[in-house]
Design a protein around this ligand. Structure first.
Ligand code: HMG
Length: 440
């Protein structure tokens, strides 16, 4: 069976950054450690005055096409995943194609273009669409360009303001990929939920605390569904487990539940029972407060064991490194987590070829998807070619007042004028509403 998966990845981060413990926390009267230790974030990325979801997506895609020597003829499909779209008719992929056609001889007249929406999980759904298109043999030897691009902004004063971010991930999906092969097995956990939504509004209505519980519930269902087709998973089976990362603290909660699930019925569970006792069982209703408290205590004890800490340090912590510096990129977030993991492996010199990743995607509204990936032989060349550091380092560090101006600039209802803080450097720029996306 032909392997299908991600051949290449590039990212584009918004060119501004907000220092959360240093600049944001003091203005909010918060302890900086709420950000660094609680949420697990150092900075978030923001788009400069001339950036938006189109320019960030097109710039990531252009970078990828240049590096891989691709022309429009190599691309039979462009899917953009976003929950920050500004056009209810034309998909963002048409705007992106319009940008790219300015710099390539060919065009995308014979590429299928679309836009995927299901909150943050849409990036993975677009990958799945590309995979299915290739597996169905409809691609005529061409690959698919999948772009996950978002400006994750919350209303000023909303608790979510601490977890904003902006950036794009571009992925080229092909047969015999150089980076990872996607598994045929998938598991889903999906239910109609209203904890995070944007009905005809730019900024989400969000019940943050409930959204955390919904994330955990759907992720658990997806893991069970995945195991029903792929067999029980074990902690040592996967080198890394990249999760959707709205903020690293969320992944800390998901990881301990995942670990608990994966060790059941294994010798690890038996060994740990001697140390921390057995998982409590409900005597009456599972919602019973005493039972809930007993579960919390068990989970705290579990996350304090050496076995768990070692596993977390190896399989989870490395997936969070980029996210800590950029915040939530919504559709791109889980794909940044995979990238962080593989960068860690490259730095450590781990031989990843043939090793497995378990990827946990999530979108509010709500749906989780779990699938496995197998790392390809050429993964290390691909990862070493991606320049993440210089993009993070070149960002302009905003003061709080400047952050307020940037937020207003990107507020669709305000759209205020703003002098850019950085200078375009051979990239697509947004030149005002109505005149779109020239290259400067
Ligand atoms: P909050 O009320 O500002 O923060 O809201 P908090 O008081 O809950 O504190 C956050 C954490 O910091 C807590 O950790 C505190 O204990 C800790 P926890 O107890 O939960 O482990 N903390 C400290 N730690 C050390 N030193 C200190 C300190 N102070 C506090 N001094 C919330 C936080 C996440 C709710 C808010 O930011 C929010 O609403 N965010 C947006 C919603 C969100 O991200 N939800 C995540 C799940 S839903 C999802 O992932 C989908 C999404 O990406 C959208 C999509 O799919 O499209 C959001």
């Amino acid at each position: 069976m032909t392997a299908v998966g991600i051949d290449a990845v590039e990212i584009w981060t918004g060119k501004l950054k907000l220092d959360l413990p240093g600049t944001f926390a003091p203005e909010k009267g918060d302890d900086p450690e709420k950000y660094t230790k609680g949420l697990g974030l150092n900075n978030s990325s923001f788009p400069d005055a001339y950036e938006d979801i189109v320019t960030m997506g097109a710039n990531a895609a252009h970078r990828l096409m240049e590096r891989k020597g691709l022309s429009p003829d190599d691309i039979g499909r462009i899917d953009v995943a976003t929950e920050s779209a500004f056009d209810n008719s034309k998909p963002v992929s048409t705007y992106v194609a319009g940008c790219l056609e300015q710099v390539y001889d060919g065009d995308f007249h014979h590429a299928n273009k679309g836009e995927r929406k299901f909150a943050c999980i849409a990036g993975t759904q677009s990958l799945d669409d590309a995979y299915n298109w290739i597996k169905a043999g409809r691609n005529r030897g061409r690959g698919a360009l999948v772009i996950a691009t978002d400006t994750a902004l919350y209303a000023r004063g909303d608790a979510g303001e601490a977890t904003q971010g902006a950036g794009a991930v571009a992925m080229y999906v092909t047969e015999d990929p150089d980076l990872v092969e996607l598994s045929t097995h998938q598991g889903y956990g999906s239910a109609d939920e209203t904890d995070f939504l944007k009905p005809n509004q730019q900024f989400p209505s969000v019940d943050g605390k409930r959204s955390i519980q919904v994330y955990l519930a759907r992720m658990r269902e997806a893991l069970e569904d995945f195991e029903s087709v792929a067999g029980a998973s074990h902690p040592d089976q996967y080198e890394y487990i990249p999760f959707h990362t709205p903020f690293p603290g969320m992944v800390r909660k998901a990881a301990v539940l995942g670990y608990r699930h994966m060790i059941r019925g294994t010798p690890i569970e038996e060994e740990l029972a001697a140390e921390i006792g057995e998982l409590p069982r409900p005597e009456g209703f599972a919602e019973d407060e005493d039972y809930q408290e007993a579960i919390r205590e068990y989970m705290d004890a579990l996350s304090d064991t050496d076995a768990y800490r070692e596993w977390y340090a190896e399989a989870i912590e490395p997936t969070l490194s980029v996210s800590r510096e950029v915040g939530n990129w919504y559709t791109g977030s889980v794909h940044l987590a995979r990238l962080s993991a593989l960068r860690d492996a490259a730095e450590k010199g781990t031989d990843m070829a043939g090793k497995k990743l378990l990827v946990g995607s999530y979108g509010s509204g709500a749906q989780a998807e779990i699938h496995a990936e197998t790392v390809a032989d050429e993964w290390d060349e691909e990862i070493e070619a991606i320049d993440v550091e210089s993009q993070l380092d070149r960002r302009y560090d905003l003061s709080f007042e400047e952050y307020e101006e940037v937020h207003d600039r990107h507020n669709h209802e305000k759209q205020t004028e703003l002098e850019p803080f950085t200078t375009p450097d051979g990239e697509f720029v947004f030149d005002g509403w109505g005149r779109m996306n020239e290259r400067k």
